[in-house]
Design a protein around this ligand. Structure first.
Ligand code: IPM
Ligand code: MG
Length: 359
């Protein structure tokens, strides 16, 4: 039987609870579809700081590099907030993305028909719903550029640098064109080219590549306008490609349109088959250990793992369909429950999805 190795970085806060459910669902899908999964746990984030004094231990990097895929929960929490930026849990997350070369971050935002009423947008604005893919550049730009502090003239100052090379822009825009070609064939490149030089280069390169993807219609939009258009007429978007910081912000905004950030998975891909899969939400320390977090984002991330790193498309589809079925039957965790709904816990939601995968 085919056997794959998955390194699990459960992380902090609700991370361990939601990845536990994702693993159970993965196992059920593997049994049903005839392959075997082996898991290896490794430390990332606050739990790694507590255990070994650093957010990204070298063993974690090698455990990820030697795996077929990586499943991540979430990192961070108030316990580590006072640490200097270079020692924080988030540094571990940025570090593992860089160490594995995960430059392409795919963040689908879908409004499930069963959850329409959980969206804060009015029904007529939602229209036919939202099926958006945000493709976020993940290993460059201002999150990785030079930063520092100075004290010119006795006034303390701080700076961060947005710098993109043509190669970095080209590889992410190509990923986005290819994905758009398999979806709604519309790609919107989001930048701030009316102000930023890095955005002007981004726009030039995107425009130049468009000739190679004649089946995809390319448009450009400034990021401030994109933030507005997302809540004014979300249906106009199919695929968005954008920089690290703009993608971080716009994907959180898009998630809220779907009803809850607890629903959104993500895939972070390299140029090879190794990928890292994680919910886009954070570690929600206030919910940790209470069996009330929504495991759906983690479970859908596991489905993306099967599809993009293992090529087990049928098993991936079965998990996505199971999530659909469970939502249609009316089961809700707290974050997506409406007035009058009885909310269920993390484990019960995991059980329901697992059951739907098995039948
Ligand atoms: C995300 C998160 C991270 C990011 C943080 C935790 C460093 O917000 O994955 O969107 O900014 O990339
Ligand atoms: Mg974010």
């Amino acid at each position: 039987m085919k056997t794959y190795t998955i390194t699990v970085l459960a992380g902090d806060g609700i991370g361990p609870e939601i990845t536990r459910e994702a693993r159970r669902v993965l196992d059920a899908a593997a049994r049903k579809h005839g392959f075997d999964l082996r898991y290896r746990d490794a430390l990332l984030g606050g739990c790694a700081i507590d255990a070994v004094g650093e957010p990204l231990p070298a063993e974690t990097v090698s455990a990820c590099k030697s795996a077929d895929a990586v499943l991540l929960g979430a990192v961070g929490g108030p316990k580590w907030d006072a640490l200097p930026s270079g020692e924080r849990p988030e540094k571990g997350l940025l570090g593992i993305r860089a160490a594995l070369g995960l430059f392409a971050n795919l963040r689908p935002a879908i409004v499930y028909p069963a959850l329409r009423s959980a969206s804060p947008l009015k029904d007529d604005i939602l229209g036919d719903g939202l099926n958006l893919l945000v493709v976020r550049e993940l290993t460059g730009g201002i999150y990785f550029g030079q930063r520092g502090r100075d004290n010119t003239g006795g006034v303390p100052a701080a700076y961060d640098t947005e710098r993109y090379s043509a190669d970095e822009i080209e590889r992410i825009v190509r990923v986005a064109f290819s994905l758009a070609a398999k979806r709604g064939k519309r790609l919107c490149s989001v930048d701030k080219a009316n102000v930023l030089e890095s955005s002007r280069l981004w726009r030039e390169i995107a425009t130049g590549l468009a000739k190679e993807y004649p089946e995809v219609a390319l448009s450009h939009m400034y990021v401030d306008n994109a933030a507005m258009q997302l809540v004014r007429d979300p249906g106009q978007f199919d695929t968005i490609v954008t920089s690290n910081m703009f993608g971080d912000i716009l994907s959180d905004e898009a998630s809220q349109i779907t009803g809850s950030i607890g629903m959104l998975p993500s895939a972070s891909l390299s140029s090879g088959s190794l990928g890292l899969y994680e919910p886009i939400h954070g570690s929600a320390p206030d919910l940790a250990g209470k069996d009330c977090a929504n495991p759906v984002a983690a479970i859908l991330s596991a489905a993306m793992l099967l599809r993009y790193s293992l090529g087990e498309d049928a098993a991936a589809g079965a998990i996505e369909k199971a999530v659909d079925t469970v939502l249609e039957t009316g089961l809700r965790t707290h974050d997506i429950a409406m007035a009058g709904d009885r909310a269920i816990g993390t484990r019960a939601m995991g059980d329901a999805i697992l059951h739907a995968v098995t039948v």
